[in-house]
Design a protein around this ligand. Structure first.
Ligand code: NAP
Length: 301
């Protein structure tokens, strides 16, 4: 008879070795959030700039169509921040029309050095999104992180948020971030990672993996710069083998095929681009060899 402790140890070992990528119904690729095992799609969406359209009724309707395309393709995670002007309000407007219910995985941020103002921002965000609770609350660019960690842990204990995260971009403050990932009780880290900016591979991604953190890749297109750069090159014949009809999908598949990356959050203002981008969350991901070839193409541009 297997002793209980031995059984638990071998079950844990099996979980460690089990591939973290799964193809679910409709061949949508999901990965698990390490701390809970909850599975999420590998393509979410960002909202800086693209959703900052204020009161413009026509632009709001167009963004609601972007959200409609996102949810229709099985999308879940939407990332925003008080830093992104009217984006949270415009997301809330779209959610009010579409009512995605529990298909939504809401992710926003606290963006202030003041702990008190951070609490107010949280309440504002809930109102703007039209939600009582948020799935993921992140500390934007490490600002005021020591104070906010305490508040976020209280919020989590009170059931107001499910996950706690921290974000950075452009390779800023990577040393500080690495220490935070090693020492703080976080669930998620968000950082810039794409085929043209692979700095995070050296230390942050291994640190996140070692500490059981889910990783969100922001800037998967380097703000469209990568798409512009690569689009004059012909799409290689292997692209169709991994289900890609265009470079944006290849770039997204590159980002989310890193074993430590859980999801990428491309931003778009166009429903047609959303349809294209969501297709990157289906079918096959590039293996290690193909990842090297994609990186080499980008490096040579
Ligand atoms: N520190 C932080 O927390 C931090 C920092 C940076 C980013 N972020 C998050 O990450 C998200 C993504 O980063 P990002 O917005 O900087 O840049 P990005 O997602 O790398 O690029 C967005 C750009 O790509 C274009 N695009 C999207 N899909 C396309 C497609 N299929 N074909 C052609 N062009 C396409 C968009 O133009 P169209 O509108 O024309 O599609 C837009 O100009 C942000 O929105 C934000 O939520 C967080």
């Amino acid at each position: 008879m297997i002793k209980r402790r031995t059984f638990i140890a071998s079950a844990a070992a099996a979980m460690m070795t089990r591939p973290r990528v799964a193809l679910s119904a409709g061949s949508r690729i999901t990965k698990s959030i390490p701390k809970t095992g909850e599975r999420i799609g590998v393509i979410g969406m960002g909202s800086s700039i693209t959703f900052n359209v204020g009161d413009d009724a026509q632009a709001r309707t167009a963004r609601t169509e972007v959200l409609r395309a996102f949810f229709a393709a099985g999308g879940g995670m939407i990332d925003s921040s008080p830093m992104y002007g009217s984006s949270e309000e415009v997301i809330g407007h779209g959610l009010g029309q579409l009512k995605p219910g529990n298909r939504l995985f809401s992710a926003t941020k606290v963006w202030t050095s003041s702990q008190d103002e951070g609490r107010e921002q949280f309440d504002d965000s809930r109102k703007l999104w039209g939600l009582g609770k948020l799935d993921l609350y992140q500390i934007h660019n490490l600002i005021g992180w020591r104070g906010h960690i305490k508040t976020l842990l209280e919020m989590k204990a009170a059931g107001l948020i499910r996950y706690i995260g921290i974000t950075t971009s452009h390779g800023r403050r990577h040393d500080d971030l690495e220490n935070i990932l090693k020492t703080q009780p976080l669930d998620f880290v968000q950082l810039s990672y794409n085929a043209g900016n692979r700095d995070a591979e050296r230390r942050l991604l291994p640190t996140a993996a070692d500490n059981g953190l889910a990783v969100i890749a922001n800037r998967p297109f380097q703000r469209a710069w990568l798409i512009d750069k690569v689009s004059s090159s012909p799409l290689p014949s292997w692209a169709s083998e991994i289900g890609c009809t265009g470079w944006p999908q290849v770039l997204l598949k590159f980002a989310v095929s890193h074993p430590a990356i859980t999801t990428a959050i491309p931003a778009t203002s166009q429903a047609q681009h959303m349809v294209e981008n969501m297709k990157a969350g289906e079918g096959r991901l590039p293996d290690a060899d193909l990842r090297k070839r994609i990186a080499a193409i980008i490096d040579e541009l």
